[in-house]
Design a protein around this ligand. Structure first.
Ligand SMILES: [Zn+2]
Length: 118
């Protein structure tokens, strides 16, 4: 289950990015379709990976990006539901671009009483 190794590396990433002394409410991750992440498996992996760590209980929001394909004929890029979509011009030699992203988009910190979020 590759979701677990992803989750473990995300935990390290989150720990490195979390301001000291802050508690995390949730994190948002953006993943390209080439990553082949199964959302449910990802949630389980995340819970398992964060257990007994300082960020236990932090929620994971996963944003799956659509396929982005590039057409070599007319040099356009477009979004598609799968990687075998032909270009509008009829070209079937489209190739995926930026589809293996894995990005930490946002860290949401727990609200503290008396501190306003500005
Ligand atoms: Zn084209």
């Amino acid at each position: 289950m590759h979701e677990f190794s992803l989750a473990t590396s995300m935990v390290d990433l989150v720990k490195a990015n979390c301001p000291e002394g802050e508690e995390l409410e949730s994190i948002t991750i953006e993943a390209g379709p080439m990553r082949g992440i199964e959302p449910q498996a990802m949630q389980w992996a995340w819970e398992a990976a964060t257990q007994h760590t300082p960020i236990a209980g932090c929620k994971l929001q996963l944003i799956q990006q659509p396929w982005k394909l590039h057409c070599p004929d007319c040099q356009t890029s477009f979004e598609a539901d799968d990687m075998f979509t032909d270009c509008e011009c009829g070209c079937d030699k489209t190739s995926p671009v930026d589809c293996d992203n894995l990005r930490l988009v946002r860290l949401t910190l727990k609200d503290k009483v008396g501190v306003s979020d500005s």
